[in-house]
Design a protein around this ligand. Structure first.
Ligand code: MIC
Ligand code: SF4
Length: 639
């Protein structure tokens, strides 16, 4: 049997472990990216490693999340990031230059390379044939320092694409179909590899829409081969020298396989409040829409916006709808400006935002009370838009444009002929807003918003602590550590930010945690899905959370908990979840021995003689991190 593409790239970067599913492996990292909302922490951590320069082939620091400057905080963070980049050998993409994943694809991504990014949508790079993985900032800091990135060897799930998309059906509908089939837990522990004759019908930006939203499957990464389409994209970006052909062997082996016939797909929408609640748009057409938001790292490429412009040209947005558009990059925006498509958008009544994450992360443009908002984004978690009772639907740009015109959820196939838009032979590239690395003597600019890193205590032999919160399945990192325009500016200030932990689920959480001193959280399945934000581990750690006990975890969040010294445990018998309630005092003893062993161990609820069996499934490397009180403590001990 031949090798699949994911395993080929892993094999060529393997520095620890072997290719046995589930075993921990370490891979060498060629490129890294950070964005501002996670980057401040990642670079504080990099500084703590005491290294003079990054050791990767390429590292880029982007500013795209916290771009509303309603006070000094975000601007202070930008200045910090710019000075750190200059000093440590990192490229700096200035605010306004675009969303990290879009710009990275355009200007830096290379087939066959490994990329780690402090953002869960880093797998966007899989669209160009990279093995691109999202991680917490500390893992990115370690990789920038030349350390390996560790992960359980993923299974490889083949998605075999046959046929060709009908008019008005898009790459977004393909990934929504995959989400419908597999759910938000379906990709956990897996790399999703796209193969089959349908692949060559998709351009790189279309592939990137699909790999981007693989994050919503919980997948470790998603990847497409590097072929003629990849060469065409790189050539149009003036980067043909970066192309290599790369594909799975003819008879490659996969752990699982599904087939999707593209010609059978229809326009789809993910309903509130989960990206896997997918139905055909034609079933939703009685729903009134108040806001349409087009943009985000999923769907803001040049071709996406050209199609939107073609749909809107000569028409008007319904007066009951606010249409906001955030182009993915300065490249996209300047091309639209130059060819007149921007005028078509503005003439139709679109409101233009800067090239940044914007409404996707609740950084402005929150919809009105109980509004229906149709978004081309990748996440529609409750409250993420900044309006607690808003109802967010996720669709393709074409569907979103149709909704903007009619004021209802609208199947775009009702609009008539599909506008033909093709990939330009040449994109307009001007990298003047990407600053190359500067002087290693650069003084780091540290405004009052940059607070020192909190460090976790090491793990004691026993712990007696109360359950301060019990939550259900699929709790997101947006639930644990909300984002939005009010809280995001505090990303480099953990003491201030920790006030908001679990704010939407239990407004008293921070106060309760403080008064308990030390505490445990109990969760259902897929705890911590969504964002890579390590603040969802760091801030609870700062508030004294020592253990999180669940039925299962999302990959990045579990790694972040370990990195910050919070012990992640799972129930041996998932039904034991129902035996624990908020307020129960939990007793864990013989902890160091239990962590040193692979066996399940018993914990008790004080006053009950029935033990609850739990397991940690930590590798030896992770166990030593937990015992040391987190990766920074451990790395310092090793130095
Ligand atoms: C997101 O889409 O939730 C974010 C904001 O990009 C996060 C990173 C963050 O919380 O800063 C992500 O996806 O990792
Ligand atoms: Fe930015 Fe949204 Fe993409 Fe996250 S998902 S990187 S917030 S555009």
């Amino acid at each position: 049997m031949g090798q699949n593409l994911a395993k080929k790239i892993i094999s060529s970067h393997l520095v620890a472990g072997s290719l046995t599913t589930g075993q921990e492996i370490g891979i060498r990292i060629d490129q890294s990216l950070t964005q501002d909302a996670t980057g401040t922490m990642a670079y504080l951590q990099f500084e703590a490693l005491n290294l003079p320069q990054v050791k990767t082939e390429l590292s880029v620091s982007y500013v795209d999340h916290n771009t509303l400057q309603a006070g000094f905080e975000n601007a202070d963070d930008h200045a910090f990031l710019q000075s750190v980049a200059a000093k440590f050998g990192i490229y700096f993409s200035r605010p306004g230059n675009g969303i990290c994943h879009q710009v990275h694809l355009e200007r830096f991504g290379k087939p066959g390379k490994t990329l780690i990014g402090s953002d869960s949508h880093t797998p966007t790079g899989g669209g160009i044939g990279m093995l691109a993985i999202g991680a917490g900032g500390l893992d990115v800091a370690v990789a920038m320092g030349g350390g390996a990135f560790y992960l359980p060897q993923p299974q490889v799930l083949q998605v075999n694409l046959t046929g060709q998309l009908p008019d008005w059906v898009t790459a977004k509908d393909i990934i929504l179909e995959v989400l419908r089939i597999l759910s938000v837990k379906g990709g956990v522990g897996k790399i999703v590899e796209y193969t089959g004759p349908g692949v060559k019908t998709l351009t790189v930006p279309e592939r990137a829409t699909i790999t981007n939203m693989g994050a919503e499957l919980g997948a470790t990464s998603s990847i497409f081969p590097s072929d003629e389409q990849t060469l065409a994209f790189l050539t149009a970006q003036g980067r043909e020298a970066d192309w290599i052909p790369l594909t799975a062997d003819e008879n490659a082996e996969y752990d699982e396989s599904i087939t999707i016939d593209l010609s059978t797909l229809v326009p789809l929408a993910a309903q509130p409040h989960s990206p896997d609640l997918v139905v055909p748009v034609q079933d939703l057409t009685t729903i009134k829409v108040q806001q349409v938001a087009i943009g985000s790292c999923t769907n803001s490429s040049y071709m996406d916006l050209m199609r939107v412009a073609a749909v809107l040209k000569g028409r008007s947005v319904d007066p009951s709808v606010s249409l906001v558009i955030s182009p993915g990059s300065r490249q996209v925006l300047t091309m639209l400006a130059e060819n007149g498509a921007l005028t078509d958008l503005l003439d139709a009544g679109a409101r233009l935002l800067e090239s940044a994450c914007g409404p996707c992360i609740g950084m402005g443009q929150s919809p009105s009370s109980s509004a229906v908002t149709v978004r081309t984004f990748n996440r529609n978690f409750k409250g993420r838009s900044g309006t607690a009772d808003a109802q967010a639907y996720l669709t393709s740009p074409e569907t979103a444009a149709a909704c903007a015109l009619t004021g209802y959820l609208t199947d775009p196939r009702t609009l008539g002929a599909y506008p033909s838009v093709s990939m330009p032979a040449q994109f307009r590239y001007d990298d003047s807003m990407i600053l190359p690395p500067g002087d290693p003597q650069t003084e780091i600019v540290r405004g009052p918003n940059i607070k020192p890193l909190p460090i976790a205590p090491s793990l004691p032999a026993s712990l007696a602590l109360p359950v301060i919160l019990k939550v259900e399945d699929n709790v997101t990192t947006d639930d644990i550590m909300p984002a939005g325009a009010k809280i995001l500016p505090l990303r480099s200030n953990i003491p201030a930010m920790s006030q908001y932990v679990f704010e939407k689920i239990e407004p008293e959480f921070a106060a309760k945690a403080r008064s308990a001193g030390q505490s445990v959280i109990v969760g259902g399945q897929n705890y911590g899905q969504g964002s890579s934000r390590e603040h969802a581990a760091l801030a609870p750690m700062y508030l004294g959370v020592r253990v999180v006990l669940t039925q299962s975890f999302a990959r990045i969040h579990r790694a972040n908990l370990i990195n910050f010294g919070i012990l992640p445990l799972t129930f041996v018998h998932p039904e034991d979840y129902s035996r624990i309630k908020t307020g129960d005092p939990i007793q864990l003893s013989g902890l160091q021995a239990a962590i040193g062993s692979d066996e399940p161990f018993a914990i008790t609820i004080a006053g009950s003689d029935q033990p609850i069996w739990v397991q940690h499934t930590l590798t030896k490397r992770q166990a030593s991190i937990i015992l040391a009180g987190g990766l920074l403590n451990q790395t310092k001990t090793l130095n």
